[in-house]
Ligand binder design. Sequence first.
Ligand SMILES: C[S@@+](CC[C@H](N)C(=O)[O-])C[C@H]1O[C@@H](n2cnc3c(N)ncnc32)[C@H](O)[C@@H]1O
Length: 217
Amino acid sequence: MKWVLLVLAFAGLVGIAIACSGPVTRGALKRLMYEEPSRDRWQRPQQVVEALELAPGDRVADVGAGGGYFTYPIAEVVGEGGKVYAVDIDTSLLAYVAHQAEKRGLPQIETVEAPEDGPGLPDASVDLIFLANVFHHLPAPDRYFAGARRVLRPGGRVAIVELAGGRGFHKAHSTPPEEIKAQLEKAGYALAETHDFLEHQSFLVFEVRGGRSEVGS
Ligand SMILES: C[S@@+](CC[C@H](N)C(=O)[O-])C[C@H]1O[C@@H](n2cnc3c(N)ncnc32)[C@H](O)[C@@H]1O
């Protein structure tokens, strides 16, 4: 009982801190919800980024970038000649990412406040749309990705990392990989690669069906 009260008191204090702080601090506090200290052990960020097979100069949209957990390592790979759009609907997280990008000397990161139903980017602006732990947030994934096709450059890909299942909290924040595949196929994509090195998550890579981005279709 005592620890329940302590947890509630701590959550209350964090809530008050979030409500009373400026956007960068608010974003930094929210980031803690997504990035518990042991995350690197199961999330394997370097291996995930390597598997994306990016090259210097590539342009990437990190949709639902959160606190930028994947944004920064991706930005390191694409370099200053490339671009990483940190896309999110939460402006305090975007403020935090912009602050970190400056602090870390990564001018290739640009933050984008997007609507819920699309990445909010220009036509043919990226080689890769990347989502980690975001798919379950999308209200209509098939429509989201059908619309997102126009954002991809020819040969562009979509990579999705998502909790594959679980119970309770994890189930509510997961999507079975078969469901992701079905939604993307409906949106006009074909599964190109499946990575199975993540213990709890699926990691699927899709291409536009027919092998090219049909801009504006
Ligand atoms: C669980 S966090 C994942 C953050 C980050 N990708 C990571 O793995 O650490 C989900 C993020 O998706 C964002 N989000 C939710 N719905 C979204 C949407 N429709 N478009 C863009 N971002 C969205 C949330 O604001 C939040 O930052």
